[in-house]
Design a protein around this ligand. Structure first.
Ligand code: MN3
Length: 209
């Protein structure tokens, strides 16, 4: 069974005016699709690896042959990251979280405002292309980190430079915002807060897959 591009859980225009329709069309239909296609291409003839669930595949890159490891890391990471990212946004969403994740943000950052500031700082400071993460650590603490390219915390400390279970993610590749925001990454980050699907963040925080 080859990996497949998941459908967007809403219309391409549903996140307007914060994330524009054309960006969503290209981001999902071209960029994400290319990660899926290139992952399948890399795994051609690798039946055992191709049969693994995606999270298990990218969490154990040591099991991937040298010749295709970079391709699996980049494209498997790209597929996993974007599949998560679409669900972390929603129309008529955003604002402040409620419930258990709100309490944990308060506990680990002092306030929602401080958390937003630190997450935004990680986003603007990430040089080049990458992602910003809010993860639940092994000690059950919420931590902010960022990775380059399509790396993610599932790949572990040694590969990605961070670890933990992602509960919130932000794509800071230029392809995620350039059409509408050009070089203004900080404005894109500000807009992101209007579309965060906190119900999904809460579900992941509570142990959902
Ligand atoms: Mn992207």
């Amino acid at each position: 069974m080859a990996f497949e591009l998941p459908a967007l859980p809403y219309d391409h225009a549903a996140l307007e005016p914060h994330i524009d329709k054309q960006t969503m069309e290209i981001h999902h239909g071209k960029h994400h699709k290319a990660y899926v296609d290139n992952l399948n291409k890399a795994l051609d003839g690798q039946a055992a690896l191709a049969a693994k669930p995606l999270d298990a595949l990218i969490a154990d890159l040591g099991a991937v042959p040298d010749a295709i490891r970079a391709a699996v890391r980049n494209n498997g990471g790209g597929h996993w990251n974007h599949s998560l990212f679409w669900k972390l946004m929603a129309p008529k969403a955003g604002g402040e979280p409620k419930g258990a994740v709100a309490d944990a943000i308060q506990r680990d950052f002092g306030s929602f405002a401080v958390f937003q500031e630190k997450f935004g700082e990680a986003a603007t400071k990430r040089f080049g292309s990458g992602w910003v993460w809010l993860c639940l650590s092994a000690e059950k603490k919420l931590v902010i980190s960022s990775t380059a390219n399509q790396d993610n915390p599932l790949m572990g400390q040694a590969v990605a430079g961070c670890a933990g279970k992602p509960v919130l993610a932000l794509d800071v590749w230029e392809h995620a915002y350039y059409l509408k925001y050009q070089n203004r990454r900080a404005d894109y980050v500000k807009a992101f807060w209007n579309v965060v699907n906190w119900a999904e963040v809460e579900r992941l925080f509570k142990g959902g897959k």
